[in-house]
Every structure is written in structure tokens, then in C-alpha cells.
Design a binder for this molecule. Sequence first.
Ligand code: HDD
Length: 753
Amino acid sequence: SQALADAMPGNPNVAGQYGAAARTPQEGVHVSASDPAATGSTTGETTASPKTGNGQPALGANAGTAPLDRVRADDSGRVLTTNQGVPVGDNQNSLKAGLRGYTLMEDFILREKITHFDHERIPERVVHARGSAAHGYFECYKEQSDLTRASLFAKAGKRTPVFVRFSTVAGERGSTDTARDVRGFAVKFYTDEGNWDLVGNNMPVFFIQDAMKFPDLVHAVKPEPHNGIPQAASAHDTFWDFASLMPEITHMLMWAMSDRAIPRSYRTMQGFGVHTFRLVNAEGKSVFCKFHWSPMAGTHSLVWDEAVKISGADSDFHRRDLWEAIEAGAYPEWELALQVFTEEQAEAFEFDVLDPTKLIPEEMVPLTPVGKMVLNRNPDNFFAETEQVAFCTAHIVPGIDFSNDPLLQGRIHSYVDTQISRLGGANFHEIPINSPIAPLHNNQRDGMHRQAINRGRVAYEPNSLAGGAPFQAGGRGFNSFPQAADGDKVRGKPEKFAEHYGQARLFFISQTPPEQDHIVNAFRFELTKVQTVAIRKRIVAMLRNVDETLAQRVADGLGLALPPAMPTLDLVPIPDYAPAPSLSLTHRPGSTGIHTRRVAILVGPGVDAAQVRDIYGALLADGAVPRLVGSALGPVDTQAGAPLAVEVTLETAPGVLFDAVVIPDGAAAIEQLSLDANALDFVRQQYRHCKPLLVIDAGKALLDKAGVPLTLPDGSADPAIIIAAAGDAKAVAAFKQALAGQRAYARETDPPR
Ligand code: HDD
């Protein structure tokens, strides 16, 4: 309200704050955030809408995160103080010698405020700088003590708190969410025997076989060092130069050029621990294991043209999606599965299980679901939680152990090391989001930013003065699996590491035809951006070892003659795998139907309001998120009944931000929309990006105006364009079904129609 604004001490229109009156600063106004009379809000909204959350979830909302309550700070209704707790009289003006005079050195309040501000930023992560995170829990389905003594698997129904961060790899902290990239999938389990970090990706293999090459990989993919271009993109010479000289990268390139690299949502990606790990049970028996996360919402991806346009329309697309789903109570869920195998089995495989460029198809070793993860709470503070969380592959717990995968071995060092510079010292485990909920007792002391006040005079072991405490846990503690080790000290790789193409081929032949087309087009896009022709040729030469049709199609797309295939070492023959359907995105459609799918309903003056309300209600009933989209905000008159209010505009929420569109009846509305190029673009993009369209009566004129073909390239009717008469309930059902499924890739052509 105006009265409130006038009373705010920072309001420059209040005369009482100038001249002599400045000597007695006013006390700040205390407004209860929930008091609509004071905030002037008619909707009960305060600093944020219900859609974005009010930034203040109930304390202790998740049992697991309750220990963080002790550090959660809430300023509501409080007086402003310095960092020393001194109440600040005036937070608007610096201290001066005379109203027009020098600013005084003694102004400790100004200096504290500015100094703190000057140091607000910390180094961003050297990779995975851009990310979003949430709290939740892991719930065990069934005791797994025969396989592992890890406490989170000890009992059916046992819940272990988690904090999960998803990320892109190459882009900087403020870069776009929908870049073509691998996505990080890092889970911190706060188990009752210490923190376990499963630091994985949304792809089950990696670019390189040995940590020794990681800095080279990252230097190649990051923006080129002379000009800092391009941001969050692998489509440039240095990345492909490196790739073209590194055949071990081939399998991962197939994944990175597939739709896996442009997920629809963090909620619709799989996650993988990538490496072979060990599970160890209480008797000390061990098996090998790979970790797999599968999203309950199914695996769904964007199409490339859409991903590019989303970057402009909403570069926070994935961050917003995760946040809004959790605020709306549509908690994202994944199932964790173990892929367990023995050392004897591993020896029989064509590939080496210590080679992180290889996966084990589910068809070869099945997955055993062991629990589900639910993300049910957004962080309160992005910096304190999402930015300061430190995931480290070295953080494992009794019952889990490493394998000799040389990439994993290098990672064990790298993550702890990087936090020391990123988070300012060796005490980063004391930052609340990183602290275990398990008790912590040892003789480590001091260092920058130490929080704990360790009591007593003993900080060594053995000791008698403290009765020997803290005691080592012996058999109850973490004890490395006693794997036998022998052999010469060498820098080298096992023979099976020399075969690079079999699984790349397996991946390609396991994709559906549209997925294969997307891979071809992604190679064409990336390599067209590459300026050095020799690099393009080397990649095509590499692809000839994967699949001749793939190589030919990429060569055609680049206007190249097929070069000779890249020589192979022939130490290990390229295995001939049968297709593995589990590697296709279509294999996991999900079980959540149209839940959280975003649907635009295009409205203009003269729209059929009753029809709009019916469809809106029918979509809401199944958990979808409908929005009335029009040319401008404000009410639109309808054919009959009350006007409808446009919720978002064509200008601010273009088609790429929705999963489907409804074009309701109303000749006048359609006529008006047909004159708005934003509406025509909207419809064209929905079509081009293979999304369902529900078109009612007069709405069809908008499709015609936009030039949208109603038949598939083969001349048959497009099943995802549903043209219906008003009141046709079957049409709405067909639309929902199309929305719940995969996209209508059958309508794609190259170039697009
Ligand atoms: Fe890494 C971050 C995943 C190989 C070195 N990595 C990082 C994150 C994820 C991964 C998800 C972000 C964690 C977060 O959200 O804070 N990295 C992987 C996977 C790999 C992998 C799945 C291969 C299987 N990484 C890898 C190697 C090295 C690193 C081989 C170094 C030898 N990674 C790092 C790092 C980062 C990191 C430099 C940067 C920020 C951080 O650790 O905390 O230490």
C-alpha cells in the first residue's frame, strides 16, 4: 500500500529523510509477511508467488534435514544488525562530515557491509559449475545385508536423508540449462555411518579411461582460452580436435550426441555411478556393482532446435522445472537399482569392467531395484546449500568400496582437493550442508574457518590422558576390502582397454530410427561448427568403425567424401553385440502420465470460454499444468460468460516452454491470433518439436495459417494432431494419451517441414 511505501525509511520521496531530519533516522517498519493488510497483497503473496515458493518451507519439514535447522536463519520481524549483532540505526546513508561532506573512515557499518559484499563470490566449480539441487530421502525396499553392510540398505522402509545436485558440465555458473552436455547426478546420502557421495552422471560411460587425461579433456571442451568462446558448448574445434585423436572417446560421443544430452527435465533423466564399485557384506564377502537411477517420470528429452530456443526463452529451464515441481508437491522420484556381478563373471566379459568407457547392458546383467529416492524440499538458500555442497568420490561408507578403475582412482583425489580451494580450506566438512548427521570425532584440529570447539587437551592417538578416546572402530569401522595386489609398477592399460568401437556400435544399433536420426544430425551440427576440415574427416573416419551408415550420413551432412576408416589396434576384435533395447530412451516411458506436463491453451477475444474451462479442468485433474496464453495480459472477452484472464503472454512464454498446445474454438479469437506472428510461431514450433496439438472447430484455421501439415510424411494422418468438434470428450482423452507418450517423432523430416 502507499502508506506502507511512504513509511519505508529507504523511500527517497519522503522529505523527512533529508536535511536536519537525517540526524534522527526512523525506525524501520515491521511488516508481518503473512499480513495481507500490511503488504497490500490481495492474494496472500508476499515476496514470491506460490509458484515460485515463499523461500520459507516449514522448519524440519524433512526429518533428515532437521539437523540443518540449527543454522537456518530467519530475519522476519527482526531488527537489522551488524555482523557483531550491533543494531544499525540507519542502513541507507553512509557517515559523512556534513551532509555534503567527506565520507568518514570510521564508518565501520558501511565498511563491514561493503567488505562482506566484495567477498561474496567463491570460485565456481572447475567443471559442473552450473547446477541445481534439492533435499529428499532414500527409502530402502528390502534388506540387502547378503550383499552389503551399508547401513542405508539395512532394513526395508529405512529412510536416509539425501541432498542431490544436478548439473551441466562445461558451462559456467550462469550458463544456459539446455546446452548439449552431459548432466551431473550427484547424491549425498547422510547415512548413520557417515556420508556416502555417489557422484554420477546421466550417462553410464565416460570420455576417457584414465584420470591422467581429465585436465586435457576439460581444457579441450571449455571455452577456447584465447577468446573465451563458446560458452556451454562442445561444438568447437578444440573439443573435436581432442576427440578425433582419442578413439577411447567414441562410445561416450555416441551418448553425448544422442538426446540424452538434452533432457526435457532433470526429473526425466537416468543417473549412473558409471564405475564398477564393490559391495562388501558383514562377513567381508565382496561382489562388483554398478549403480543405476531410473526416473519414475520416464526418460524424456528435448529436440535440438527446441533446446536452442529454450536457451533464449528461459535459460533456467531445468532449474525452474525442478523447483516448481517440488513447490507444487509433485516430488520427483527415482528408483535405485544395483547391477551386481562377480569377479569371475567380469573376467568372461569381452570388455574390462575397470574401463569406464564400457557399460554392462541390462540384458547381460539384470538390475535389482533396491529403493527409491524422493526429492521433497527445495533448499532455503542457493549459496549455502547448492553452491557450498561438496561431493567427493572419496566419501564412501562401510559396505561400499572402490574398484581399481583408474578413472575412479584419480577422482578419489580430485574432489577433496578441489574443495580446498573452492571452499577455502580443509574444514569444508563443517559447512552445514556437508556435515554428516553421524557423529564426528577425531584428532584433526584447527585450519581456516574452524567451527568446532574441540574440548580437552588431547588431540593425538594413542593417548592415556583421554582414556584412549576417540577409539578406533576396528571391525565395526570402514576397512578396505583386502584385494590382492601384485605386478610391476607400470604406466599402461590392460589389453581389453584397447577396443573402442563395439559398444559405440551397440549403442547406435539399439536406438530407434528417430533417435538415430538425432545422433546423425548432432554430429552434423557440431562438426559444421568445427572450422578445421581435417578434424571433421578424422571424426568421420572414426565413425566408420562404429557403423557405416552413420559415417556415410554424417559425411553427407558435411559434404565430405568418406575417408578411410581410422586404423584399429586389432589387439581385441570388435565384439558383435546384439541390440540392447534398454539403451533407448523409449525403453522407460515412466509411470506418471501427464503429471506436471505443461500445456498452453491459446486464447483471444471471442474464445469459447466454457470449452476452455472444461479442458483446463480435465488437464488439471490429471496433474498437468495448463496455462492460458494470449497476445497480452488482461481479460479477454469470451463468446459467452465471464471474461478469461490471460496468465502468460505469447511474447514471454513461447511454444518451446510447453509440452503441448490446445487451440480452442472461437472464430473471432482465431482471426485475432492469426494476425499475431507470435501465435503462428508458437503453433509452428509445437509442430516442429513433435508435440501434440488439440485443435477444436474454428481453431483449425490457425493451423492452416501457420502452414502446419496435417499428415505425416508418408501421407497418413498425424496421430498427435487431434482435430475435434466442440464437446468431443474422446478428443481430449486422445490428446492426453498423446501427451503422456513419447513425442510424435514420425512427423520429423530433415530439413524440417
Ligand atoms: Fe567429476 C565435479 C561427475 C570424472 C574431477 N564430477 C563433478 C560433479 C559431477 C561429476 C556430477 C559435480 C558435483 C557437484 O554437483 O558438486 N566426474 C563425474 C563423473 C565422472 C567424473 C560421473 C566419470 C565417471 N571428475 C572426473 C575425473 C576428475 C573429476 C576423472 C578428475 C580427475 N569433478 C572433478 C572435480 C569436480 C567434479 C574437479 C569439480 C567441482 C567438484 O569436483 O566439486 O573435482
